[in-house]
Design a protein around this ligand. Structure first.
Ligand SMILES: *Cc1c(COP(=O)(O)O)cnc(C)c1O
Length: 371
C-alpha cells in the first residue's frame, strides 16, 4: 500500500543530515528544529500559526479544548471516517452528532449538517477524506451565520487546495477556526514516528493551543488551564523539515498514479472511480474506488493472491462501532456511510509507484473483476 523505503532512499542525505544536527545539538524536545519546521509549514500553508503536537488525534482534542466548549455541547462530524474526531469529542464530554456523507465525494454532506444543527451545536468537524477537501464554502457560511466553530480534520489532505466561488483559494486545514493534521508515517507528509499539528489564523486561539499542548502553562510552572503534554520531538521535526519541500512533488506523483488508474480502470464493470470535486484539488492520500454489484471480498482475495494489497477504509461506519453504541444510533441511520463501508476499496497509492506496478495492479483488478 505504501513504499516509505524507496522514498527515504531518494532524500536520505537531507533526512540523515537533519537528524544528525538534532543528535549533535541534543535539543530533543522544543529544539530549534521544531520552531523552524513550524515556520516553514506556516509559510507553505499561508497560515499565521502552526503548532506542532504529538499526533493528529491530539491535535483534534487540543483544538476542541481551545474552543472552550462545555460538557454536553454538540459537535457534528461525519459517520464515515477515521475514529479520531468522534473519539476526541467523546473524551472531552462533548456530544458527538454524526451525520451522513455524499456518495460521490465520500465527504460530509452539507445538507445533513444543516439538518443536524440544534441550539446546542457549538462546532462542526469536517474531515477531508482521502485527500480531497469537503465542500467548505457552504459549511463555513452555515457555521458563521450561527456562530458555530469549524475544526477541519486535514489529516489526509495536507497540500490540497480549495477554490471559493469568488476564485480565492485556501489550503486544506486553513479555512475553519482551527485545522488539524497528522504526520503519521503513511500520511502524505509523514515523519518517522508520531506527529501532528494545528493551524490557525487567530492569534488568541494560537496562544491557547500552545498553552494547552504544554500542560496549560503560561509562564514556567504557572498553569492557567488544564492542559495536556503533546509535542513533536525535534528528530521528527527534522524529518518533516527535510520532506516539506518535496510535498508538492509527492502530491504530483500521487496524482500521476491516480491518473494512470483512472485511465486503466475506466469502464471496468463494477468499479466506480473516485469523483473529483470541482472546488478542490485532490492529493490522493488514498485512491479509493467503490465496488457496485460485485463481490468486493472475492475481488480483494484474487488481488491478494497476485500480490496486490488492498485496504478497506473504513469497513464499519462510526455509528455502528461498539464504543459508540451509547450514542444510540442504529443501522439505517446513515445509509450512504453504510453503503460506502460495504463497497469501498483502496488500491496501493504512494509516491513511488511506477508504470510497471500501476499496470500490474490495474490489469490484476480488471481480471479479478471479470472472473
Ligand atoms: C490519521 C488520521 C487521524 C489521526 O492521526 P494520528 O496522528 O494517527 O493520531 C485523524 N483523522 C484522520 C482522518 C486520519 O486519517
Amino acid at each position: 500500500m505504501v513504499d516509505l523505503r524507496s522514498q527515504y532512499e531518494k532524500i536520505k542525505g537531507e533526512i540523515d543530515g537533519g537528524i544528525r544536527e538534532v543528535l549533535e545539538s541534543c535539543a530533543f524536545v522544543k529544539g530549534d528544529k521544531v520552531t523552524l519546521f513550524q515556520e516553514h509549514m506556516a509559510q507553505y500553508l499561508g497560515v499565521c500559526h502552526v503548532v506542532a503536537v504529538g499526533n493528529g488525534s491530539d491535535a483534534l482534542t487540543i483544538a476542541l479544548m481551545a474552543l472552550g466548549l462545555q460538557a454536553g455541547d454538540e459537535v457534528i462530524t461525519p459517520a464515515f471516517s477515521f475514529v479520531s474526531a468522534v473519539e476526541a469529542i467523546s473524551l472531552l464530554g462533548l456530544k458527538p452528532v454524526l451525520v451522513d456523507v455524499e456518495y460521490d465525494t465520500m465527504n460530509v454532506s452539507v445538507d445533513s449538517v444543516m439538518q443536524a444543527i440544534t441550539e446546542r451545536t457549538r462546532a462542526i468537524v469536517p474531515v477531508h477524506l482521502f485527500g480531497q477537501n469537503a465542500d467548505m464554502e457552504p459549511l463555513l457560511r452555515l457555521a458563521r451565520e450561527r456562530g458555530i466553530y469549524v475544526v477541519e480534520d486535514a489529516c489526509q489532505s495536507i497540500g490540497a487546495s480549495y477554490t471559493f466561488s469568488d476564485g480565492k483559494t485556501a489550503m486544506s486545514g486553513c479555512m475553519g477556526d482551527i485545522g488539524c493534521t497528522s504526520f503519521f508515517p503513511s500520511k502524505n507528509l509523514g515523519c518517522y514516528g508520531d506527529g501532528g499539528a494545528l493551524f490557525t489564523n487567530d492569534d488568541a486561539l494560537a496562544a491557547k493551543i500552545r498553552s494547552i499542548a504544554n500542560h496549560g502553562m503560561s509562564e514556567r510552572y504557572h498553569y492557567d488551564r488544564v492542559g495536556v503534554n503533546s509535542r513533536l520531538d525535534s528528530i521528527q521535526a527534522a524529518v518533516l523539515d527535510a520532506k516539506l519541500p518535496h510535498l508538492d512533488g509527492y502530491a504530483e506523483a500521487r496524482r500521476r498514479a491516480a491518473a494512470y488508474y483512472d485511465t486503466a480502470l475506466k469502464g471496468v464493470g463494477g468499479i466506480v472511480l473516485p469523483t473529483k470535486a470541482p472546488y478542490s484539488t485532490h492529493v490522493f492520500h488514498q485512491y479509493t474506488v467503490k465496488t457496485e454489484g460485485i463481490d468486493r471480498e472475492a475481488v480483494r482475495r484474487r488481488l491478494a493472491e497476485r500480490g496486490v494489497p488492498t485496504m478497506v477504509y473504513y469497513p464499519i461506519p462510526l455509528h455502528l462501532q461498539k464504543a459508540y453504541e451509547p450514542l444510540g444510533y442504529h443501522a439505517g441511520d446513515f445509509p450512504v456511510a453504510e453503503r460506502l463501508a460495504a463497497s469501498v476499496m483502496s488500491l496501493p497509492m504512494h509516491t513511488e509507484l511506477d508504470e510497471v506496478q500501476l499496470k500490474y495492479i490495474s490489469d490484476a483488478l480488471t481480471e479479478a473483476v471479470a472472473m
